[in-house]
Write a protein that binds this ligand. Structure first.
Ligand code: ASP
Length: 440
């Protein structure tokens, strides 16, 4: 393990020249910060759009041979403003001219992924000039298959390309190459994944993820006012929390760090002295029973009843296959002896509801089938719950006190997560009551 640190700066951290200067001083504050990953500039205020969104719009308009000057001018102005304010020589104007020419004359020769990736590419170019650092392009260096799995050859190539431990490197986030050599982006927010991959490939001791909040909170502050911050959360806990709605980091960025036990520190570019949240290996001991509460609305439950279902081998598999074939993935599937429930995302289910129900009716011949909408799932997560007698009793007691009807209960054998399903109108109240019970 080297003593280098990867620092990924998100969209708000590179939104303007002032933010660029903050980054410089953060890097000067610790010489181990040697590998920098940048997103595309984000919003400076709530009325603005992220440059990535403007790039996608420009591409869409150009493809339709429509005037793309609206979004394009905003992109151009932002990059030029940053370079001017930082007094850089930069070839950014030429690069922008070149891209504009292609959008205007040959939009079919480029892909949406390519155009979107220019947000990070140009930002990294400016950042490397500003910092006097080496620019390393993510294309074709970061290579992944259709499941976004990085090839082992790519890990070796990255380690080699960034092997000088005394150098400062800047790498654009969000994109790489597929195995056929096409430029491909990750899913949205994917610069986080780039940071994780570089931390793994270069065996860094730490991955700092710089954003505009000082880490994660134990619950959504829009629901729980003054929610406490989380100092430490394990890789497993954060997966459970992210899956259930808490998002500060792209969940796919955790795997490459977890594979090498590299801690991730969520830090605030606007308040760098704050400790932030550390995401790391499972702690041996913890004094807190719960680490966090997260949840999401917009779930539906497909309820299927059939007598003697328990004797019918393959019943569950067949139902899940019908859903799978229509592109519906499921969240939970609590079952009774003669009933099966599948909890799925409402929007996805409703798109294919008629076909799904017809096929289940025809193949499974249930006695009863019904869809319940407007459900919310809430996950209460924490290693502290393991072997802690009475945790579930406290949780359900807190919900009962508020007269909240629990529609679904799920606790995995890992015991680090209790999921409850409630009616959407009880969502906020349920989170507040669980928080007050365990955190106070
Ligand atoms: N710029 C990309 C997005 O807006 C990727 C990122 O910021 O991580 O999704």
């Amino acid at each position: 393990m080297s003593n280098r640190i990867v620092c990924k700066f998100g969209g708000s951290s590179v939104a303007d020249a002032t933010q660029f200067r903050k980054i410089k001083s953060i890097l000067e504050g610790n010489p181990e910060r040697k590998i920098v990953v940048v997103s595309a500039p984000g919003k400076r205020n709530s009325k603005e759009s992220k440059l990535t969104d403007l790039l996608y719009s420009s591409y869409d308009l150009a493809k339709k041979r429509l005037d793309f000057a609206g979004p394009w001018t905003l992109i151009r102005e932002r990059y030029i403003e940053i370079t001017q304010e930082l007094s850089l020589q930069s070839t950014i104007r030429e690069e922008l001219d070149e891209l504009e020419k292609i959008l205007l004359n040959k939009p079919d020769d480029i892909s949406a992924d390519f155009v979107a990736s220019r947000g990070e590419y140009l930002c990294a170019k400016i950042m490397s000039e500003f910092l006097g650092a080496k620019f390393i392009d993510a294309y074709p260096l970061i290579q992944f298959d259709s499941q976004y799995r990085i090839t082992s050859k790519s890990y070796e190539d990255i380690a080699f390309a960034l092997s000088d431990t005394d150098s400062l490197y800047v790498v654009p986030g969000f994109y790489g190459s597929d195995t056929l050599g096409n430029l491909k982006t990750f899913t949205r927010g994917g610069s986080d994944i780039t940071g994780g991959i570089l931390a793994n490939a270069c065996e860094c001791r730490l991955y700092e993820n710089w954003t505009d909040v000082s880490g994660l909170l134990m619950a959504d502050p829009r629901i729980v006012q003054g929610a406490h911050s989380i100092n430490y959360v394990s890789y497993r806990e954060i997966r459970e929390l992210a899956y259930s709605g808490a998002s500060v980091l792209h969940d796919e960025s955790i795997h490459p760090c977890r594979a090498k036990n590299i801690p991730i520190n969520i830090k605030n570019t606007n308040s760098p002295g704050d400790q932030g949240t550390i995401i790391g290996p499972t702690p041996e001991h913890t004094s807190c029973i719960i680490t966090g509460i997260a949840g999401r609305k917009d779930f539906s439950m497909l309820y299927i009843e059939k007598s003697m279902m328990n004797k019918e081998r393959g019943f569950g598999r067949k139902v899940l296959t019908i859903l799978e074939e229509r592109g519906v993935s499921y969240e939970l599937s609590p079952c009774g002896i003669d009933s099966m429930n599948v909890v799925v995302d409402s929007k996805t289910l409703h798109r294919v509801k008629t076909e799904v129900c017809a096929e289940i009716e025809q193949k499974m011949q249930p006695n009863k089938m019904k869809i319940f909408d407007n459900l919310a799932l809430i996950a209460t997560v924490g290693h502290g719950m393991v072997n802690q007698i009475g945790t579930a009793a406290r949780l359900f007691g807190a919900l009962a006190k508020e007269k909240i009807n629990v529609r679904i209960i799920d606790q995995g054998s890992s015991e680090i997560n209790i999921i409850v399903g409630v009616n959407e109108e009880d969502f906020e109240k349920a989170i507040v009551s669980i928080y007050n019970e365990f955190v106070g």
